[in-house]
Design a protein around this ligand. Structure first.
Ligand SMILES: Cc1cc2nc3c(=O)[nH]c(=O)nc-3n(C[C@H](O)[C@H](O)[C@H](O)COP(=O)(O)OP(=O)(O)OC[C@H]3O[C@@H](n4cnc5c(N)ncnc54)[C@H](O)[C@@H]3O)c2cc1C
Length: 431
């Protein structure tokens, strides 16, 4: 098959149909964005009898939620020592416990809603590109065991062949709690679950602006969309890397970053077992990292931040070449394997590389998953919905400082990304 610029996962999933109804006049909550964050929130809110409208400018799961690697990962992007020095021991312990809980939240929803998405607790493997990265694994595993009572297994270089069929790494670290799934099937299932709970999903409905406005003596929001206006008592924003002008305060706090993926043809069983004997979710220790896994039908899925700008036709084509070269460096065995699909998507980073949730300008939001969003977005959607419904759920990410750009030098257009790309490559070289 010739290379297709198309998301492989979409060839495996069926998305729920929605009817093109007029927008309601009034709802309790308008959710912006129909990805993991928005749909998870909509499902929880609708189960609590709220009248919910999900407004999505494209289609269900169109954003990062159908385009990702399907790695359901424990942990946060920042290292534990950095977290402890920033937030203190007690809050970091709560954050780490929450990161483990996120995996349970995904598993529970999949079970309750019977979502057929190949969820499997296969664990993840992080591999060290340098000796000093490996030395750091031993220190991290020790801190995580001591502070968070969670066991990671450090794998010495001479034992690594039991985990991965590549000879380029200095060792690895395994977390058995992480999982893998098919993201397109999962987000389609979440959409179905939200609708079954009673939420209305309006596809092809772009939110253009939001204005504070009272209605029938209640304060709320007038929401102007590409398909007319509606009024909502509360607004919840789950737009991640696709956050735009409708929510300018949030847009200025987020950096959209392009990430790209290729998948090979279906590999012979013996070859697939050699590449990944335990079928782990794998990523390396670089800033400019590669992440990879086998798909349930035995393709190698290989991703990376091959370009720093969000996806365009040109960046997708260039990424296919860059990623194929990267894949062959890791796995020379794949030199002759055909690459059949390439696609890109946009994820969001906050300036402190932390997830953030709370209220900004009176709107609720959850964003900033930095490539760890499959589990965290599901969890944040649920927790923020519980908060909006009047509960006081445990959520250690609410209330932490949410920094903007240094010196305020950012208007939502990421002019500095090429420099950030060069900077990360430099850091990978020196660290
Ligand atoms: C290539 C790639 C690989 C990744 N791999 C992994 C991985 O393996 N593991 C992991 O944990 N995370 C991964 N991530 C990150 C993860 O996919 C995201 O963090 C997660 O999907 C975010 O979900 P979301 O619902 O917040 O946002 P999205 O799924 O991006 O949804 C946001 C939605 O908001 C809509 N929207 C935006 N503005 C408006 C508006 N004004 N009106 C109406 N709708 C609007 C968009 O159309 C979009 O559908 C990856 C991301 C990418 C791009």
């Amino acid at each position: 098959m010739p290379l297709q610029e198309h998301n492989y996962w979409l060839t495996t999933a069926e998305f729920p149909q929605t009817q093109a109804r007029p927008l309601p006049n009034r709802v309790d909550v308008a959710v912006i964005g129909a990805g993991f964050t928005g749909l998870s929130a909509a499902r929880t809110l609708a189960k609590r009898d709220a009248k919910v409208a999900v407004l999505e400018s494209e289609t269900i799961g169109w954003g990062a939620s159908s385009r990702n690697g399907g790695m359901v990962l424990t942990g946060l992007k920042l290292g534990v020592n950095e977290l402890i020095s920033k937030y203190g021991r007690e809050r970091t312990q709560r954050m780490y416990a929450a990161s483990l809980q996120t995996i349970d939240s995904v598993e529970q929803i999949i079970r309750e809603e019977a979502i057929d998405c190949d969820f499997s607790r296969c664990g993840h493997l992080e591999v060290a590109c340098k000796q000093k990265h490996f030395d750091d694994y031993e220190r991290q595993a020790e801190v995580i065991a001591r502070e968070f009572n969670h066991q990671l297994r450090v794998v010495q270089r001479n034992e690594l062949s039991a985990e991965i069929g590549s000879k380029i790494y200095y060792g690895g670290m395994v977390d058995e709690v992480s999982a893998g799934l098919n993201p397109a099937r999962y987000v389609a299932g979440l959409g179905r679950a939200a609708m079954k709970a009673g939420a209305d999903i309006f596809q092809h409905t772009r939110v253009e602006s939001l204005q504070r406005e009272s209605s029938q003596g209640e304060s709320g929001w007038k929401i102007s969309t590409s398909r007319g206006t509606l009024w909502a008592r509360e607004v919840f924003v789950g737009t991640s890397g696709y956050t735009g002008k409708a929510t300018p305060a949030l847009e200025k706090k987020l950096i959209p970053i392009g990430s790209f993926i290729i998948t090979t043809e279906v590999l012979p069983g013996v070859m697939a077992r050699e590449l990944s004997p335990r079928n782990r979710m794998i990523y390396d220790s670089k800033n400019y990292l590669y992440y990879y896994r086998l798909t349930p039908d035995r393709r190698m899925l290989f991703g990376g931040r091959a370009a720093f700008f969000p996806e365009t036709d040109q960046s997708i084509r260039r990424s296919a070449e860059i990623l194929r070269r990267g894949m062959i460096e890791v796995y020379p065995q794949l030199r002759d394997a055909k690459v059949e699909y390439v696609w890109g998507g946009t994820l969001d980073f906050a300036f402190d590389i932390m997830p953030h949730a709370g209220q900004l300008d009176g709107m609720y939001y959850a964003v900033g998953y930095a490539g760890h969003g499959v589990a965290m977005a599901t969890y944040q959607g649920q927790k923020m919905a519980e908060l909006m419904a009047g509960d006081q759920p445990e959520n250690p990410f609410v209330g932490i400082p949410f920094p903007g750009a240094p010196l305020g030098l950012y208007n939502g257009k990421p002019w500095f990304l090429p420099f950030a790309g060069i900077w990360y490559k430099f850091l990978d070289w020196v660290s």
